[in-house]
Design a protein around this ligand. Structure first.
Ligand SMILES: [Zn+2]
Length: 386
């Protein structure tokens, strides 16, 4: 039986309630080579809704009629989550969103001088004017509007504060701060974002990429700085190295920050498998929270510890994320694991037998370069003692 002691020794206090905007269907699908069919999009949207994410960024209307049809069907599917269309800050994109029946749009505008100059040949003044016009146009069309500040991590913080303040005055309630190329680090990131929230209060969403493997850490730093929305994708699927993974962020918030976003986390493993299948990208076996092997134990000391009390070597109950604990017999196994596996086959071995048998197990596992299946352990033991 898994007890729930305070496993939050790393917890440093509660933070504001956090809401999740999942962008697996938009940023996730932008991962190189990934494409979802309309049916897959609908299935993933329904699964995200069952998990309980608060908003689903479902696609990009400007991508044409097939994407628009998928967006229309998702927005009419009766989901509890807010269904959002991702748009550039252009009137054409806003009209395309209206055309497929969307009620909510996310408008994106680059804010770094680097992207404004080298991507668009524009300047800050243009960006401020352009996003203002688009927000007003979208509001005129009756749309709920959030705005994403693209490449904010490489932008001048003073300009970000200025443009964000203007957007708040226009009535934009949710603003996204995007670490578009994943160059934020959590320490200075926390300081910058805390200053931002102080200067421009209201709902801020963090959108972090994983180019340095820091997307989850940066997302948590933003929450600690006062951000109340997190942008995630299932298993971190997304551009380049991907985005902050939904399951990592949610579990870290629950266990390390004492700020549970209220999701049905027991569906995480199934959701990750669903997305991996649709994306044709197998889940890495050691992927945090949802990988096949993250609740498997092989080494002698660990198995012995887990058999005595699971929390000796597990940060949370695997069942919390739809996972399953497995005790694996292999090169690093010890006596306790062997005795346990043999006992599940009704075999009681004495200490000498176990000792001799360990050598055969190690040799066989090294030969196969994988753990042994319980039946293989049994057969090997029976052959050894015949
Ligand atoms: Zn992104």
């Amino acid at each position: 039986m898994f007890r729930q002691p305070s496993r939050t020794s790393a917890a440093t206090g509660a933070v504001n309630p956090v809401r999740v905007c999942d962008t697996t269907l938009r940023d996730g699908e932008q991962a190189p080579g990934v494409t979802f069919t309309e049916k897959e999009k609908l299935t993933i949207a329904a699964a995200l809704d069952d998990v309980g994410v608060h908003a689903i960024e479902a696609g990009i209307p400007a991508m044409g009629s097939a994407e628009q049809e998928a967006l229309r069907r998702i927005s009419e599917a009766g989901l509890r989550a807010e269904v959002v269309a991702w748009c550039r800050a252009t009137r054409e994109d806003v009209e395309a969103a209206v055309g497929c029946g969307m009620k909510s749009v996310h408008l994106t505008i680059p804010v770094s001088d680097l992207q404004l100059e080298h991507k668009l040949g524009r300047d800050r003044e243009w960006a401020a004017r352009r996003v203002r016009e688009c927000v007003l146009a979208a509001a005129d069309r009756g749309l709920a509007v959030s705005v994403g500040l693209e490449d904010a991590s490489r932008a001048d913080d003073g300009f970000v504060i200025e443009i964000a303040g203007e957007l708040r005055r226009l009535g934009v309630t949710r603003l996204r701060w995007a670490d578009t190329v994943g160059v934020l680090e959590p320490f200075t990131g926390h300081e910058r974002l805390a200053r931002l929230v102080q200067a421009v209060p209201g709902a801020w969403e963090i959108h972090a990429h994983d180019d340095f493997g820091l997307a989850t850490a940066n997302t948590l730093a933003a929450v600690r700085a006062g951000f109340t929305w997190v942008s995630t994708t299932v298993a971190g699927l997304g551009e380049r190295a991907g985005n902050a993974p939904l399951e990592e962020v949610a579990m870290a918030l629950r266990h390390l920050f004492r700020s549970d976003p209220g999701l049905d986390t027991t569906r995480f493993r199934a959701l990750a498998c669903l997305v991996a299948q649709a994306a044709r990208r197998p889940l890495p076996t050691g992927k945090a929270v949802v990988g096949h092997s993250v609740f498997a134990h092989e080494s002698g000391i660990h198995v012995d510890g887990v058999l005595k009390a699971a929390e000796n070597y597990e940060p949370f109950d695997p069942a919390e994320v739809g996972g399953r604990r497995r005790l694996v017999v292999g090169k690093h196994s010890g006596r306790a694991a062997l005795r346990h596996v043999l006992a599940t086959h009704g075999i009681q071995a004495d200490a000498d037998e176990i000792e001799t048998f360990l050598d055969s197990i190690r040799a066989r596992a090294s030969e196969l370069k994988r753990p042994l299946r319980p039946r293989e352990v049994r057969d090997l033991f029976q052959r050894a003692s015949a």
